[in-house]
Design a protein around this ligand. Structure first.
Ligand SMILES: [Zn+2]
Length: 136
């Protein structure tokens, strides 16, 4: 969410122009004298405050006709780590065509890698966690 605030004041007496809420409006006032002191010249104070709290993610499966299992499965999404008691970003890629398993867990706020595993999928399947990651 972006909050844009601006204040337009007379540069001489600091009279606040209440109607000038946007830069464009303030620019239109430049040609007018200050109603308080009759002077010309404005100070425009613009503040832009950005508050971003977005947690998004995606999941996808690539299927091929005639192949039962998806050839590629991937997700990239935030999840709550009970162990760490905070939000982490969980990415996983299972690429059956290229025999690749890649899992990465990063700290949601710092971006620091907490866990990363990259190996041939055939090696990973032996762990038994590909199907049931919660059952670790
Ligand atoms: Zn003034």
């Amino acid at each position: 969410m972006t909050h844009v605030g601006s204040e337009t004041r007379c540069s001489k007496c600091e009279f606040l122009f209440p109607e000038a809420k946007a830069v464009a409006e303030a620019a239109a006032l430049v040609a007018q004298p200050c109603p308080s002191c009759g002077g010309f010249g404005l100070i425009v104070d613009v503040s832009i405050m950005e508050t971003v709290t977005v947690m998004d993610g995606h999941e996808m499966q690539l299927k091929r006709v005639g192949v039962k299992k998806p050839v590629v499965e991937s997700f990239s999404k935030p999840s709550l780590s009970r162990k760490l008691e905070k939000h982490v970003y969980h990415e996983r890629l299972i690429d059956r065509e290229n025999n690749l398993y890649h899992e990465k867990i990063t700290d949601y706020q710092s971006g620091e890698t907490i866990h990363e595993q990259k190996e041939p999928l055939t090696d990973h399947v032996g762990h038994g966690s590909a199907k049931n990651p919660a059952g670790k």
